[in-house]
Each structure stands twice: as C-alpha cells, then as structure tokens.
Design a protein around this ligand. Structure first.
Ligand code: PLP
Ligand code: TYF
Length: 395
C-alpha cells in the first residue's frame, strides 16, 4: 500500500529553518520562520505563562476530557479578547482548536458543510498554508490582488476590483492584523470600503488573526475584526494564541462563528462540535487553560500585557532602525515602508536571486519571496542586514 505514496510538497518556510540550522558560518542571521525572538535570539516562555503553568500543576485536579468545544472559559476569554463588546455573546459559537492552523482548517470545513459551492478568496500573497490546506481539501479558491511589490503598500484598487468579481456566498479571507507575509495592512477607512463591496455582493468574511498585540496594540489590532464583526450576519474568525502568548507548541487556537441570532449560533455550535469530533475529538487543553487563566486573573493579565507590549515596541524600534539604515545606505526612500508595516513580517520586494545571494554570500536567511521576520534582528544585526541589502540591490 504505502509504495503508492508520492512525494508531497514541502513547506518552504520549514525547509529554510533546516537549512539555517545546518549552516555553520558564525554570524548567520535567521529571518525565516515566524517565531518571536528576543535580542539574544531566544524564544522565551512568557512570564505569565510560566506562572499559569505552575498554578495549573498545583491546582489542576483532573485531566479528564473537556467538552468537544474545549473549556468554555477559554472561549469566553478569547471572544472577549478578540471581539470586545462588538457582538452579542449569544451570537458567537466557538471551538478550541490545535493552534490557528487548526482554526483555519475547521473554518474551511465549516464553509464546506454550509456551502460547498463557495469559493474562498485569499490575498495575493497570503500565508502559504491557507493555499495548501484549501488545495488539499479540494475547495475552490481564488486570489485577490493585495500587495504592490513596487511600493511595499497595498494595491487597493486591484483588491476591490477582484472582490467585485466574486459571487454571492463566496468567502473572503482577510488577515485581522499584521499581514503575513507582507506586513502591509488595510486602514480602517479601507476596511469600510471592502465591507461595502462585500455587502453589495453578498460575500462572507473569514478573518485569520494570528498576531493580535504585535502591531499597534491589543485593541488596535482587533479593530478590523471588530468592525467586520459588527457589519455582517455571518463572520468566521480563526484566532491563534501561538505568538501573543508564546505557546507555539501547545497548539492553542480558536474558531469563532458569528451567526445572525442565538438560534443560528446554537446550530453553528452543534456543527462545530461535530467537526472537532470528526477530526480529533477533544481539542488540546493545556495552552488554552493557561490562556484563560491569564485573561481572567487581573495580575497575570497585566503582566502578560506588559511583556507583550515590550515585544511589540521592540519590533517597532527595529523596523524604524532598519528603515533609517536603508534610507541612509541606499540614499532613497525605497524601503521606508518597513517602518510603516506592522507585525513580525515585511516583504522587501527583492528578487529570488537577491534573496539567494543574501543567503550564500552573507548567511542571511529570509523566505524566498523576500519576507523577513523582524524579530530575527537585533540592534547589532540591523546594520549588517542593511549593508547586505544595499550591496545586493547595487549589483
Ligand atoms: N495564520 C497565520 C497568518 C499565521 O501566520 C500563522 C502562523 O503562525 C497561523 C495562522 C497559525 O499558527 P499556529 O497554528 O501556530 O497557531
Ligand atoms: O509564517 C510563518 O512563518 C509562521 C509559522 O507550516 C509557520 O506562521 C510556518 C509554517 C507552518 C506553520 C507555521
């Protein structure tokens, strides 16, 4: 049987991680996979998570199964974190999932159950897993224009034009904040225009929010999601706790489905529980329980927010430093967008050959589309990267 298998496409980001590890050059710089790293290059366990884990070890009396949807306290806490008071709680159904990836997957599964004809529209470019999961599930997908490589900004006219070509019932997948891989984000005025086009065409929003707190702050980063949430009867939201709680390997995420009223929400909830059961029965709980403990304990929450804020401000500082260095070395404003972008990533607009040269000649690793992870830098490596970029674009 197994001899019938053929090679599956590799994840380019994960492959790059392995290449970086195998590189023995001192001073190599990893700007690849989207994992937060501090100035020492470490991905620490956040203080509040450590405290919550200690408390769990002390106080948890059972590891018996949760419900199919996971711990209800996790859902309540995450709905509050992401949606604030933008939507009545009884309109929101939710299931805990293995990470934001699991939430995306379960969201697509829900779309397929509700409307198998729906095409899912993804930004060009988007997180490669969106494309590959949809392809694997054999679901119709199309890309809308999003990023303008020549400016480092958004091709907004192109985006609206493409969305105008969608059919009623199609799903539009938006990034809630901190767009991966580009770093370029819609303004609230732009999201209002997108909402108007979508309402006019009868399109349904799905939001992937994996970096809340990494851009302009917890509430500011949720603003697009909340605005969309208030505008439509139905919205799907896939949220990840991997980055903002630093619990990557615990696989902590949630799928929310906003329904038009409480009755519809009960039906959505029943279907979502069913989807969890079909795929893995009960979702992972350890990370989710730490997250809900932190969000519901004022002291832990304040400490978590303070640490998250340090992380966010550190990345903003690095953005500014990199934009300044590049402005000085290239004598142009061509890279000013780096300071405008938000989140962990910026797409620099370099060619695949230039990205390759940075790797072979400078031991600087970035994703092939010239996406850099800002958190892979520190104040000493920013000038190294800037000089290398100036050199390769000068060639
Ligand atoms: N969505 C986007 C846009 C991401 O960049 C990521 C990656 O971290 C995820 C979802 C899901 O991450 P995880 O499954 O690790 O929570
Ligand atoms: O885009 C990234 O780098 C992160 C991490 O299959 C990631 O979202 C990368 C690849 C993958 C899962 C997560």
């Amino acid at each position: 049987m197994l001899e019938n298998l053929s090679q599956q496409p590799a994840d380019k980001i994960l492959a790059l991680m392995a290449q970086y590890k195998a590189d023995e050059r001192p001073g190599k710089i990893d700007l690849g996979v989207g994992v937060y790293k501090n100035a020492e290059g470490k991905t620490p366990v956040m203080r509040a998570i450590k405290a919550a884990e200690r408390r769990l070890v002390e106080e948890q009396e059972s590891k018996s199964y949760t419900g199919l949807a996971g711990d209800p306290a996790f859902a309540d806490a995450m709905i509050e974190l992401v949606l604030g008071d933008s939507v009545a709680r009884d309109r929101v159904a939710a299931i805990a999932t293995p990470g934001g990836t699991g939430a995306c997957r379960q969201g697509f599964e829900l779309v397929r159950l509700a409307n198998p004809q729906a095409t899912v529209w993804v930004s060009n470019p988007t997180w490669p897993n969106h494309v590959s999961i949809l392809k694997f599930m054999d679901m119709p997908q199309k890309a809308y224009r999003y990023f303008d490589d020549s400016t480092g900004g958004i091709d907004f006219d192109g985006m609206l034009e493409d969305l105008a070509g969608a059919k009623a019932g199609d799903i539009v997948l938006l990034h809630g904040c901190c767009h991966n891989p580009t770093g370029a984000n819609l303004t609230l005025d732009q999201i209002d225009e997108v909402i108007a086009v979508m309402e006019g065409k009868g399109l349904v929003p799905m939001i992937d929010i994996a970096y809340q707190g990494f851009g302009d702050g917890l509430d500011a980063d949720a603003a697009v999601t909340r605005r969309v949430a208030t505008a439509f009867d139905n919205v799907l939201i896939a949220a990840s706790c991997s980055k903002n709680f630093g619990v990557y390997r615990e696989r902590t995420g949630i799928l929310m489905a906003i329904s038009k009223d409480a009755d519809e929400a009960a039906l959505s909830q029943q279907n979502m529980n069913y989807l969890n059961r079909q795929n893995y029965s009960f979702p992972p709980d350890h990370g989710a329980r730490c997250v809900s403990m932190i969000l519901s304990d004022p002291e832990l929450r304040a400490d978590w927010q303070a640490e998250l804020e340090e992380v966010r401000l550190g990345m903003l500082e690095l953005r500014k430093q990199l934009a300044d260095e590049l402005r000085r070395l290239t004598n142009s404003d061509a890279f000013d967008f780096v300071a405008e972008h938000r989140g962990m990533f910026s797409r620099l607009g370099l060619s695949p050959e230039q990205v390759e040269t940075l790797k072979t000649d400078h031991a600087i690793y970035m994703v092939g589309d010239s996406r850099i992870n800002i958190a892979g830098l520190n104040k000493d490596t920013v000038p190294v990267l800037a000089r290398a970029i100036a050199e390769v674009i000068g060639d």
